[in-house]
Design a protein around this ligand. Structure first.
Ligand code: GDP
Length: 367
């Protein structure tokens, strides 16, 4: 494209792109080559880089992601949707059997020649600093499997930041040759909304006879689930698992399906005996095929990309606003006025924003 025929802002963007993707930064080049060679150490280092908040490293992370995305686009334009990995979201309450399931399901997949990456989004680690998910000791065999990669959840920042870096980690895992990416999260409400925004198939894993805590969660999570899996359907627990399956099938009748070509199935499995796991995988592949055929597979990824653009934009705007010179004091002043009922929150926000816009105008006039 000729830059001379582009309008100003488009030209600026275009220049930004060509100067940022052709980086010769040694770290970025080393990691990019390592990812292409499928090195797990390079993958771990790359994910750490995208999780950073250090400004220089952030730029390097962006350059690496740009290169990775361009490479993926090249491959995608040759091989189409078939070249894309499968991104699976697995959510469920603590004790549902997520790690037991992922351990056995992951091993089942690697035996078939798949390369499996497990990433965790753990909202509890944000507030407590501890991590319930992605802990390698929870999946001892899978973590030793050369065709698997397990990444514990990042333990810093707010949930938005954590999930965003997970979204980028997915892209990096794919660049390193992993073709099934499992994103694990605990069913507490907020986290699976973000996770369902980054996967191709979102599955809810539940134990039989889940008590009252499931009731509150049920509807919201069911609405975003493509698949419901009743785990622990073995031994004495089979009748309870059947009841649970029946309950969920009935409840789903009152929920509008996410896609007109797919109604959410409820399957019983046992992660301990492995019963039902091959059938579950077949079902996941059937879902993919149907989504591919109706164009929804690629479309969903595009919509997700767009949603993440807005998420980045909102965060960057708020951060630029808060860190602008003199803004911190102004915001504190307004907060006091709002708390004391002198100003309404809406008015205070308008005043702050107008002040920021005026400052920006003044600055550009001075230059
Ligand atoms: P998580 O907290 O969701 O990761 O759950 P875990 O995988 O740690 O499992 C919690 C408990 O349930 C453990 O004692 C597991 O051994 C048990 N468990 C997990 N899957 C099954 C299953 O399929 N059948 C039975 N009977 N127990 C299971």
């Amino acid at each position: 494209m000729e830059s001379s025929v582009m309008p100003g802002c488009e030209r600026e963007l275009w220049f930004w792109c060509i100067t940022h993707d052709k980086t010769d930064d040694p770290l970025v080049q080393r990691l990019f080559k390592g990812l292409q060679a499928g090195r797990r150490a390079s993958l771990a280092e790359s994910i750490t880089l995208v999780e950073t908040s250090h400004p220089k490293k952030k730029l390097q992370a962006r350059q690496l992601l740009t290169q990775v995305l361009q490479q993926a686009k090249k491959i995608g334009s040759i091989h189409g949707a078939k070249a894309l990995s499968l991104r699976l979201g697995i959510s469920g309450p603590p004790g549902a059997g997520k790690s037991t399931f992922i351990e056995n399901f992951g091993k089942f997949l690697t035996k078939q020649g798949h390369k499996v990456a497990v990433l965790a989004v753990d909202p509890s680690s944000v507030t407590t600093g501890g991590s319930l998910l992605g802990d390698k000791t929870r999946m001892p065999e899978l973590s030793c499997d050369m065709n698997a990669y397990i990444r514990p959840s990042p333990s810093r920042g707010h949930l938005g930041g954590v999930t965003r870096s997970t979204n980028e980690a997915i892209v990096l895992c794919e660049a390193a040759g992993f073709n099934v990416i499992i994103v694990e999260t605990i069913g507490v409400g907020q986290s699976e909304i973000s996770v369902s925004d980054m996967v191709d198939l979102f599955a809810l894993l539940i134990p039989p006879g889940g008590g009252d805590e499931l009731q509150g969660l049920k509807r919201g999570i069911m609405e975003m689930s493509d698949l419901i899996v009743v785990n622990k359907s073995d031994g004495d627990l089979v009748p309870a698992a059947r009841r649970m399956q029946y309950e969920y099938v009935s409840a789903l009748k009152y929920i509008r399906p996410k896609n007109k070509n797919w109604s959410t199935p409820v399957k019983r499995i046992s992660s301990v005996t492995g019963e039902g796991i091959p059938e579950l995988w077949n079902l996941m592949q059937k879902h993919r095929k149907i989504m591919e055929d109706c164009g929804e597979f690629v479309n969903r990824r595009k919509t997700q990309q767009q949603a993440w653009l807005w998420s980045h934009l909102k965060d960057s705007l708020v951060s630029a606003f808060i860190t602008a010179p003199g803004m911190k004091e102004k915001i504190s002043m307004m907060e006091i006025k709002v708390r004391d009922g002198i100003l309404s929150p809406g008015d205070a926000a308008d005043i702050l924003l107008q002040h920021h816009i005026d400052e920006l105008k003044l600055k550009s006039q001075m230059h």
